[in-house]
Design a protein around this ligand. Sequence first.
Ligand SMILES: [Zn+2]
Ligand SMILES: [Zn+2]
Length: 118
Amino acid sequence: MTFRCTSTCEISDHTFRWAQRLPCADHGEVDWAFLDDLRCVLGGGEHEFHATWLRSGSELERDVYLCWLDNPGMQWVVDAEVCLKTRTRLGSACTIYKGHPGRCEWDCADTEAAVRPA
Ligand SMILES: [Zn+2]
Ligand SMILES: [Zn+2]
């Protein structure tokens, strides 16, 4: 069983302004994550940096991710293609960026929240 990483991040004003300036998809509205609760979405295995979904991206299958290191002050944003792998044809798609380390979102148990049945 893989558990989700527990690292959290406080986004800086600088990073937030940077993320606001990134382009958004044609349909206009940008969806944002709840900024007071930014937690790594990767599995608890080894990963070079932490990452979480921050806002919708420049195209339909792209999203903007906030990435950070445990070293405070090291954070950046990327506009990246979304993984979108599914476990079953009807299952929900993985919303982590394409090529992410570790397991897909739906294959990681959250240590804090109850595990939802697939
Ligand atoms: Zn992490
Ligand atoms: Zn995935």
